[in-house]
Write a protein that binds this ligand. Structure first.
Ligand code: CAA
Length: 257
């Protein structure tokens, strides 16, 4: 597929997806959603890829859904097209996805980052759900995911006032995993992605699946699910290799089997 709104590259074991509508601060239009999801699916199928990075520009990860594209839509168009529903495709991706955020991550941009498995940010990152100032509310999971991550009070305050949160506060509240300088952010993110990709793919994917399950189920069911996956790992060659390598004081050579 000829890509119009993003650039993808495979750098060793990482698929790097760079949002590429810089003139609109990477406003997320329908085409971009389609291209991001299909590239993620491609990365999921590609045996060489062990981790995926989604990033934007220095000024903006993404400044939200494309306001110009949807301004004139009617309720019935939004409803019948099930606008934004395609973004649910991200939750079906089994390989880890890291959002690498500099500058604005607003509205749909914040929501896209929250849909990734974790967020690495530069000191310039600004997160927010400013939809309220457009006479609307978040529509790609902001009201649901933010409240689970930062709690009701802060999620309410952000969504009801449209206030932007800086990188330090985002790290303190758990939105962001780690902060780096603008200059080193992408290189640091690639190192982290390579580290993840160096481990057993089934182990990485099961760990991701298990953490995500914790958002969907009760603690007792989640613990049971985790334990069953843990037991299943003892059928993999990578478990034998990982434990043997530790005991034999050598590097593990995982085969993803
Ligand atoms: N949609 C469409 N175009 C956008 C956009 C968006 N979300 N955000 C920025 N742009 C465009 C601007 O219209 C402008 O285009 P022109 O040059 O053609 O005028 C260009 O990007 C540069 O933007 P600014 O001139 O505004 O840049 P700035 O540095 O002065 O301000 C900003 C930066 C504070 C991020 C400002 O652009 C802004 O407030 N953007 C909108 C943020 C927003 O409301 N996001 C939520 C969108 S709705 C949503 O996302 C719903 C949902 O839940 C999914």
């Amino acid at each position: 597929m000829q890509l119009e709104t993003i650039v993808t590259e495979i750098d060793e074991c990482i698929m790097l997806i760079t949002l590429n509508r810089h003139k609109t601060l990477n406003a997320l239009n329908q085409k971009m959603a389609e291209e991001i999801i299909s590239s993620l699916r491609e990365a999921d199928k590609n045996e060489e890829v062990g981790c995926i990075i989604i990033t934007g520009s220095e000024k903006a990860f993404a400044a939200g859904a494309d306001i110009k594209e949807m301004r004139e839509n009617s309720f019935s168009e939004m409803y019948q097209l099930d606008w934004f529903a395609q973004w649910d495709g991200i939750s079906q991706i089994r390989k880890p996805i890291i959002a690498v955020v500099s500058g604005y991550a607003l509205g749909g941009g914040c929501e896209l980052a929250l849909m990734c498995d974790f967020i690495l940010a530069s000191k310039t990152a600004k997160f927010g759900q400013p939809e309220i100032s457009l006479g609307i509310m978040p529509g790609i999971g902001g009201s649901q995911r933010l409240s689970r991550i930062i709690g009701k009070s802060k999620a309410m305050e952000m969504c009801l006032t449209g206030r932007l949160m800086d990188a330090d506060e985002a790290e303190k509240t758990g939105i962001v995993a780690r902060i780096f300088t603008q200059e080193t952010l992408l290189d640091e993110a690639k190192e982290i992605a390579k580290k993840i990709a160096s481990f057993s793919k089934p182990a990485v994917q099961m760990a991701k699946e298990s953490i995500n399950r914790s958002y969907e189920t009760s603690l007792s069911e989640g613990l049971r699910f985790e334990r069953r996956l843990f037991h299943a790992m003892f059928s993999t060659a990578d478990q034998k290799e990982g434990m043997s390598a530790f005991i034999e004081k050598r590097e593990a050579n995982f085969t993803n089997k």
